[in-house]
Design a protein around this ligand. Structure first.
Ligand code: GUN
Ligand code: ZN
Length: 435
């Protein structure tokens, strides 16, 4: 197969940036070339040497003067919530009960799940997100629709059939046995097929009985390589209700610990209001606190103490995510804009290098997938995006005064959105605007 060479300004992170001046944390090629062959990155570096040594015969696509980055990664989204974004509610539990649970009931219809799955991939690719970690609905057919669509699209996606057997409408409940059997079937049907990854997905402790949590534990023991995703400590009222349902547990985190659910591939959505004991336990387990900035602001859930978690003697691993549809934007750029403001309100700084590291390599490392995604390293999957820092008149005007790469990234984060995404490549194929 002929190789394709993409010319542009390449940016790929190597490690966590220690400051806004940490030039050793990334690789930047001001006239760079990325060579793709068979869906993988075959070469990367400065244009002149890559062209001469690695790809003299390659087809060339010129993306100058734009930036070429790894595809963005979103570590927490709800695929059945595309039609509840922007629903007016006082808080999390009101929002779930009034809008979200009724909406998810619609996914009992296969045709509806298939239609929304098509929109899901269109919208994520339009925003430059090439990998997402998704909750489907309780209905197995919703997971089948999601994974079947992803098999057609070719992206690396992590998703799971939601397990929930109480405190929700009848149309949204399974049983411990159903949750176990259907999750096993989803794993058998989809895990490892194409780039599909199945996650064990108990929604949260409020909607799972102890019997269902035990079924979750059985799955986690049977399939230790799988991701586990759930929600934790998002909202004060949620925390109190949860603890009342599991009085034997020390705290909310301890509920998941008791069922063996805390490990290095466990993603804990929100995790805003953790005690020191909980943060220690999560740190020791190596689980991930998933920060969902637009959702936390939209639902008024609280200010995620990212810097405090990272600075602890026992640091908490973190990732970032949109949390569509509690979140209010599909764009990871907009998401990091809000993450920045959440740190500002706590008198902490989140520098633009850290933001772009988090959306790419940082999130890939949180998923234990940095050998495949989140980077432009040779041999990894060719998921990458092309970003225009002057995509709108306001951005073009501001770009006139930008002097450094960090300033440019900060501008992209502050004023950018899907309009800045010129193209999205999944396994080497251009997918923006193509259903
Ligand atoms: N906690 C349990 N389910 C959900 C959900 O769908 N969205 C959010 N934001 N929090 C939850
Ligand atoms: Zn969520």
């Amino acid at each position: 197969m002929t190789a394709t060479l993409y010319r542009g300004r390449l940016l790929s992170f190597l490690r966590t940036p220690e400051s806004v001046a940490d030039e050793g944390s990334y690789r930047y090629e001001s006239d760079g070339a990325l060579v793709v062959e068979n869906g993988r990155i075959a070469a990367m570096g400065d244009y002149a040497s890559v062209k001469a040594e690695a790809a003299p015969d390659a087809i060339e696509i010129d993306h100058r003067p734009h930036l070429i980055l790894p595809g963005l990664i979103d570590t927490h989204v709800h695929f059945p919530q595309m039609q509840v974004i922007g629903s007016y509610a006082a808080n999390l539990l009101e929002w779930l009960n009034t809008y979200t649970f009724p909406e998810e009931c619609r996914f009992v219809e296969t045709a509806h799940a298939e239609r929304i799955a098509r929109h899901f991939f269109d919208e994520f690719f339009r925003n430059g997100t090439t990998t997402a970690v998704a909750y489907c609905s309780v209905h197995k057919a919703s997971a089948d629709a999601f994974f079947a669509e992803n098999l057609r699209r070719g992206s690396l996606m992590v998703a799971g059939k939601v397990m929930m057997d109480r405190n929700a409408p009848q149309g949204l409940l399974d049983t411990p046995q159903m949750a176990y059997d259907e999750t096993r079937q989803v794993i058998a049907d989809w895990h490892g097929k194409g780039r599909n990854h199945v996650a064990i997905t108990p929604r949260f402790a409020i909607t799972s009985t102890p019997e269902q949590m035990a079924a979750t534990q059985a799955l986690a023991e049977e399939f230790p390589e799988l991701h586990i995703q759930t929600h934790l400590s998002e909202n004060r009222e949620e925390i109190d209700f949860t603890c009342s349902l599991y009085p034997e547990a020390t705290d909310y985190t301890d509920i998941y610990a008791r069922y063996g659910l805390l490990g290095r591939k466990t993603l804990l959505g929100h995790a805003i209001h953790l005690s020191d004991r909980e943060a220690d336990a999560i740190s020791e387990a190596g689980s991930i606190a998933v920060h969902c900035p637009t959702s936390n602001l939209f639902l008024g859930s609280g200010l995620f103490p990212m810097k405090r978690y990272q600075r602890r003697d026992k640091p908490v691993r973190i990732s970032v995510a949109t949390d569509i549809g509690g979140g209010s934007s599909y764009s990871m750029l907009k998401t990091m804009d809000e993450a920045y403001k959440i740190q500002q309100l706590q008198e902490e700084r989140l520098n633009p290098l850290e933001s772009f590291h988090l959306m790419t390599l940082g999130n890939a490392e949180a998923l234990s997938l940095s050998d495949r995604i989140g980077t432009l390293e040779i041999g990894t999957d060719a998921d990458f995006i092309v970003l225009d820092s002057a995509a709108t008149p306001a951005m073009a005007l501001r770009m006139e005064t930008v002097k450094t790469l960090a300033e440019e990234l900060f501008l992209l984060q502050t004023l950018g959105d899907d309009r800045s995404v010129v193209e999205t490549y999944v396994a080497g194929c251009a997918v923006k605007g193509r259903s």
